[in-house]
Design a protein around this ligand. Structure first.
Ligand SMILES: [Zn+2]
Length: 156
């Protein structure tokens, strides 16, 4: 038997540090998306913004449904939109923000397991990592690749 472990590195920014970075513009886009979320059941309004390597930006919000599994997270909504409409384009980064009852979460919001799997496969398809930025009022976390968030991904 061998016990193994993972080393996962992430960067933590204070909100003041983050506000000085170019990614703050992506936050503004994701925040507007979150405001437009359809989340009457959870009250958790999530916005996700994607930046392609050519600088174009796309966004989406979570869309819930009375039949819960029929809804979709903001991350998957935007990534499927980009993959369907801009196949072959390289996604450079994805930024997440969440509001609960109109207030931004204090702590960073992280992608759920299903979204992590989809993002990791997107990295495989484009053969390059996607930076993930997870924002909260108190701090912002960033990983260089979604694989850092899902080291033991599902493989066929
Ligand atoms: Zn998700």
């Amino acid at each position: 038997m061998i016990t193994k472990d993972f080393h996962i590195q992430y960067v933590e920014y204070s909100w003041e540090e983050f506000a000085m970075l170019p990614e703050h513009q992506l936050y503004e886009v994701a925040h507007q998306a979150a405001v437009q979320a359809y989340a009457p059941y959870s009250g958790f309004h999530v916005g996700a913004a994607i930046q392609l390597d050519d600088g174009r930006v796309f966004w989406a919000s979570n869309q819930e449904n009375k039949a819960y599994p029929s809804g979709i997270c903001a991350e998957r909504a935007v990534i499927y939109y980009v993959q369907a409409n801009y196949p072959g384009q390289t996604i450079q980064k994805l930024l997440l923000v969440a509001n609960h009852e109109s207030l931004q979460t204090d702590e960073p919001v992280y992608p759920c397991g299903a979204c992590r799997q989809v993002l990791v496969e997107a990295e495989e398809r484009q053969k390059s990592p996607i930076e993930i930025w997870m924002t909260g009022k108190n701090r912002v976390h960033q990983v260089q690749s979604c694989s850092d968030l899902l080291p033991l991904k599902f493989i066929l």
